[in-house]
Every structure is written in C-alpha cells, then in structure tokens.
Design a binder for this molecule. Structure first.
Ligand SMILES: [Zn+2]
Length: 457
C-alpha cells in the first residue's frame, strides 16, 4: 500500500478557479503599499511565472524577454482584495449573475478571491450541490472562489445540514445569509458541530419579529416617507444573543454586514469578554445613510440590513478604526433590472458592490481624511484570514495577488456599464475617485482596464 493510499482523506482545496497562464510582468515604478509587509514606497515589481520574483528601486529591474511591462508611474500597487461575502447567484439565478460575470466584476474591482453565499436555488446545503458548483467554478471563475454551505437545510432554520460532509467537500464555513439562524438551539447545535468539523459560522443577524415587513431603517426618514421600518435592535439584539451562545459553546462566529451603532457596541462587548467573534461592514453602510432614500426613492438604495442614520455610519467607521470591525465585505447582491424596477416597497433587497467598493471607500473616507489608505487596504484583504485563507501580500515568493490602481482617476459609476450582469448599484451615477487598472489573481492577469490595456499595448 502506498503512503498516499494510507493517508487520511485530504481536505478539498479551499478556493477554485479556471486555470490561466501564469504572468510574466514587470510593474515599473508603482507606489507599492502593503501595510502587512511594511512597504510604502515606489518600487519595481517583477512577476515571473505568476510569482513575485523581485522588488527593486524604480527603474532598477529589467523585464525578461517576453515579459509584459505595466507602467506604474503615479499609480499604486496594492495587495489584492478578498471579499468574504458575495452572492454569485449560482445555481439557479443566473439571470442575475453567474460565476463568470460575478468574478469578472470582482477582478475589475481589484479582488483576487471572493466567497459565495449559499442562498441559491437549490441551496448549497449538501455535498452534491457544492461539488457541482465547485466543478463549474473550475471551468468559469476568473479568480479563485470559495463557497459557504448553509447552516440549515433549505435555509428553513429547522434541520442542520451535514456540516462535516460539506466541509469535506470544500465548504469554507456555514451561513444562512439572507436569513438569521432564528432558533437559538439550532445555532447552539451548529456551534457544537463546528468543534468537530471547523469552519466559521457567518451570521446574518436579524430578529424577524422586530424587522416585520420593514423596507428601510426605522427612523425619521421612514416616518416621513410613511414606509415600514427595520429597527436597529432587530440586528443588535440577535448579535448579543448569538455572541452569548458562541461564548458558552466556545465556538467561533463572524457577524455579517454590521449596520447599527448598537451592533458595533454588541460586538465590542463580546470581544472584550473573550468571545471568538469577528465582524464585517460594507462600503455602502460606511458611506451612505437613509438620507439618500429621502432624496430619491431609488430601489438600488434598498438593502438588508438597510442604510441607517449618520450616527450608525460614524460608529461603523470608528469600529473599523479601533478593530471592533475586522474587515470590509461588499455583500454584492445582484438583481435583474426588471426585479428592481418596481415600487420601493416591492423591490428585492440588495446592491451590487464589487466594482465600486474600493473607489467608494477611497472617495468618501480616504480622500477626505477620515481613514488612512493603509487601513482601508488592510481591511479590504482581512476577510481572507477570517476564513482561514492566505492573505494576499506583495512579497518575494508570494503568488501574484495584487492590483494596480490610479487614485487620481475619476469615473462615473455605470456610465460605461458594468462587468457584473446586474445594474443595481447603489453608487450608480456617482463620480468616484480611484480606478483599478489591472488585477493579478493566483498568479495570472485576470483584468485590464480597457483604456489602460490599449495604452500598454
Ligand atoms: Zn445578509
């Protein structure tokens, strides 16, 4: 018997994507900013065979024969972003998005890996569905994709999935995102299984009995517009409950799309008490408030959790700064145009976000001096570690997982269309600073901005 046959079954690789030729690229003179590596200086970056081969003073490195040269002068090279929370709508809702279009949108936004939620049709609630999804991603995904399995069968909140089987089949973790795990005893059992099979439990926190038929944040704007509201406590009370259960069971939970000041407080309290809890915030909750809905009743501004008040937004920013919030995640939620072109009350929840995340945060938070660029870059990649994935870095020997961006370039969101199949972007029409010119993921060039590709040729 060979050693391989005797060894225990190897865990499935966490991320899958379409094979692409490894890059031989010299990025000349870009300002390299990698906060984790402590790099903040203009450098030449030489990528050979998909790996960072050399870093050198600007103008010091030679392009080997056949290598492509990217002009980095006046531009920034950043470690690629990792999104722990996207909806790619496969299987079953390919009219909204698919693996190719969703990962194309991600690459255009500077992302080098994304993690897809299981609230698809059918739900990713067993190893067979997950297995064929990963096969499809091996054919179609432009950048590495990881998949979450659901906590409960069919997201019904009643019966747990076969979590160990899903883990063996490659699930990074578990979530019923779109819905809360409503019954405390179900979450408790899931945390007990987590001890055996690992994988983070990512939680969409909402008490349905408090959210009711709400369509936006409960506050002065909802009152003025006469729309049913979703109160902040719908989210924060569930976070407090679930943090207590996770602490009791010694489990690990990740809170998705934090939106309210009370929620940031609840996470901070749990962290201080030693609970293994992490949290994310989305670019739209960090940059917009319910005031935008007062200005225009646009269904692209309707998402769950809803855009809240200015004090909530301020608390999220403070949470990023002090470490209560670990990472930025887009909750990229594509919908077909006709699904969103209905009255506000009837429209589905969700905004796309992969193509605008960096530019929105740069424009509204970094350029006005609210948050340093280094912190934002770190938070846009920090989702990786929470899911047990390697964090992209610009260091000799590391795979090419980086993006080249022009911080000065401005563009109007949606003007030239989207890489995503969907158009429901809450930033549509806004002029944003910061353009991703090229993205390299898992060692390959996966995106070139059109004008930049032409000028490079
Ligand atoms: Zn959610």
């Amino acid at each position: 018997m060979t050693a391989a046959a005797r060894s225990p079954r190897r865990g499935a690789e966490p991320l899958v994507h379409r094979a692409q030729p490894p890059a031989d690229v010299l990025i000349r003179g870009a300002h390299v900013l990698d906060p984790r590596e402590g790099i903040d200086a203009p450098l030449d970056v030489l990528l050979r065979d998909g790996v960072v081969a050399e870093l050198g003073a600007p103008g010091s490195l030679e392009a080997p024969p056949g290598a492509e040269i990217l002009d980095g002068e006046g531009r920034h090279a950043l470690p690629g972003f990792v999104d722990p929370h996207v909806h790619l709508r496969v299987p079953g809702q390919e009219h909204k998005e698919d693996l190719d279009s969703g990962t194309r949108a991600a690459a255009a936004g500077g992302y080098v890996a994304v993690v897809a939620m299981p609230n698809t049709d059918p739900t990713v609630d067993d190893a067979t569905v997950l297995g064929s999804l990963r096969e499809a991603a091996r054919r179609e995904a432009r950048i590495p994709v990881g998949f979450m399995g659901s906590v409960t069968r069919g997201l019904a909140g009643e019966a747990l999935t076969e979590m160990a089987e899903l883990r063996d089949a490659g699930a990074l973790g578990f979530t019923d995102d779109g819905k809360p795990v409503h019954r405390a005893a179900i979450l408790r059992r899931a945390l007990q299984y987590q001890r055996l099979c690992g994988g983070v439990l990512a939680l969409h926190e909402e008490d349905p009995s408090l959210s009711g038929a709400g369509v936006m944040h409960e506050g002065e704007v909802s009152a003025r517009l006469g729309l049913a509201g979703i109160p902040s406590i719908s989210e924060s009370t569930m976070i407090a409950r679930d943090a207590a259960i996770a602490g009791y069971e010694g489990g690990r939970i990740h809170i998705q799309h934090l939106s309210a000041v009370e929620s940031v407080d609840a996470v901070a309290v749990a962290k201080a008490a030693g609970v293994a809890i992490t949290a994310e915030a989305s670019p739209h909750h960090l940059t917009l408030t319910h005031g935008a809905i007062a200005e225009r009743l646009d269904t692209r501004l309707k998402m769950n959790p809803p855009l809240r008040a200015e004090r909530d937004r301020a608390a999220l920013i403070a949470g990023l700064r002090d470490g209560t919030i670990d990472c930025i995640a887009t909750d990229h939620a594509p919908h077909a145009r006709e699904e969103k072109e209905v009255p506000f009350e009837e429209a589905p929840m969700g905004t796309t976000g992969l193509e605008t995340a960096f530019a929105a945060v740069l424009t509204d938070l970094v350029l006005p001096g609210v948050l340093p660029l280094a912190l934002v870059v770190e938070k846009l990649g920090a989702g990786a570690a929470l899911l047990g994935l390697p964090t992209p870095r610009i260091a000799v020997g590391a795979p090419a997982d980086l993006c080249l961006v022009d911080l000065d370039a401005t563009w109007q969101v949606g003007e030239a269309g989207y890489e995503s199949r969907a158009e429901n972007c809450c930033f549509a029409g806004r002029t944003l600073h910061g353009r991703v010119l090229a993205t390299l993921a898992a060692g390959a060039v996966v995106y070139r901005e059109r004008a930049f590709a032409l000028s490079a040729a």
